[in-house]
Design a protein around this ligand. Structure first.
Ligand SMILES: Nc1ncnc2c1ncn2[C@@H]1O[C@H](COP(=O)(O)OP(=O)(O)O)[C@@H](O)[C@H]1O
Ligand SMILES: [Mg+2]
Length: 364
């Protein structure tokens, strides 16, 4: 799979408001799936205070993690990479509570993200913690695309919506930070009115347009381009997929977002067993339906992200929804994967040819 437009790795974050829904389960397993497809993957445990990805990969006590990175002057992220048992997959472990992180400034986050971009990898996955704290929201909004994990429980769905709202408004606030009038309009639209109703995105955009039509169009484009994927984990029945439609309707109406759907993952007792074995389920039960669903979602997401990343094409929600529900094999992804392998082979033979050629060229 050739997903790199240039040498910068593609960055995906995995978030969602609620704890315990399965963010780490999803991020660890999709990381394994991408690595198995030949992508060079780095998984970063950004769940500060409750880091546990290393445990999922059977590493009891990582030698060092993000805690040390954040508290050591001039440290380089690359020095914190840890090999896992999976070829092509490295981990940057998280850490316990790091007081400095609570007040992390925006430029510090930008610095970390910029360091992540220099890591030699095709794909970087960020496993984020629960909640909608500024750090989590900022890291999420700084990546190319985001995967929201929720369960079908109303509490988890509400938390996911709140998370999406926080991410969306945070992005808008930053865009409009030097436009006080417009910023005020957007800030006002983020809170319910006196009659408890919430302004729709169209109402907000109409107010913005009256002030400045250039910005309002720009904001519409930004919202359109936000690339969010939903996974409903621990589902109990196929009809849980219907919740996507409801959540997406609300996101469209109030946030102007058109969510992409990846699909369901059913509740399966093998998942907690895999945690006890300290191995991702993709490795401990490679043939289980959960592994197949995780693989399907991983490929669907990467197919879409790689597609948009390269061509700027936005796939409509309906199409994504159909695609997520079908179990059909995805030729497009396969082609991309094959291309990657081929390009690696070509690169190898080119290198061999160049070195042979260089041997024959006399030096002056
Ligand atoms: N599809 C699933 N079926 C059964 N149990 C699951 C499933 N997904 C996650 N779990 C369990 O839920 C718990 C929380 O998962 P985790 O990935 O740590 O959540 P988060 O990172 O969102 O806090 C774990 O004990 C895990 O075994
Ligand atoms: Mg977690």
């Amino acid at each position: 799979m050739d997903i790199q437009q240039d040498k910068t790795p593609l960055m995906l974050s995995i978030g969602g408001g609620k704890g315990g829904v399965g963010k780490s389960m999803v991020s660890s397993n999709i990381a394994v799936q991408y690595a198995k497809e030949g992508l060079k993957v780095v998984l970063i445990d950004l769940d500060i205070g409750a880091a546990n990805l290393h445990t999922i990969f059977g590493i009891r006590q990582p030698p060092k993690g993000l805690g040390e990175y954040f508290t050591t002057a001039k440290s380089q992220l690359e020095d914190y990479l840890l090999d896992t048992s999976v070829e092509n997959l490295q981990l940057i472990p998280g850490s316990g509570f790091v007081p400095e992180l609570a007040n992390m400034r925006h430029f510090q986050k930008v610095k970390i993200i910029n360091q992540m971009k220099t890591i030699d990898a095709d794909l970087i996955l960020l496993d984020l913690g629960a909640g909608s704290s500024m750090n989590i929201v900022d890291f999420f909004s700084m990546t190319n695309a985001g995967v929201i994990v929720t369960t079908p429980e109303p509490t988890a769905i509400i938390n996911s919506y709140e998370f999406l709202k926080n991410v969306t408004f945070r992005i808008l606030f930053r865009i409009l930070k030097n436009e006080p009038k417009l910023l005020r309009i957007v800030k006002e639209s983020a809170v319910p009115r006196k009659d408890k109703s919430a302004p729709t995105i169209e109402e907000t955009l109409a107010c913005l347009e009256k002030e400045n039509s250039f910005f309002s169009e720009n904001i519409r484009d930004v919202l359109n381009d936000l690339d969010f994927y939903m996974i409903f984990n621990q589902a109990r029945k196929p009809s849980d997929a219907e919740l996507f439609k409801k959540l997406n309707e609300i996101c469209k109406r109030y946030l102007g977002l058109d969510l992409n759907v990846s699909g369901l993952i059913y509740y399966n007792d093998e998942v907690p067993s895999s945690v006890l074995k300290m191995t991702p389920i993709s490795l401990s039960s490679p043939d289980s339906i959960t592994t197949k669903m995780l693989r399907n979602h991983a490929l669907t997401i990467m197919n879409s992200v790689a597609d948009k990343y390269h061509k700027g094409i936005v796939v409509p929600f309906e199409q994504q929804y159909e695609r997520a529900l079908s179990w059909a094999h995805n030729d497009f992804v396969d082609n991309l994967l094959t291309q990657k392998r081929i390009s690696k082979e070509v690169e190898k033979s080119n290198k061999a040819y160049t070195s042979k050629y260089n041997e024959r060229v006399p030096s002056f």
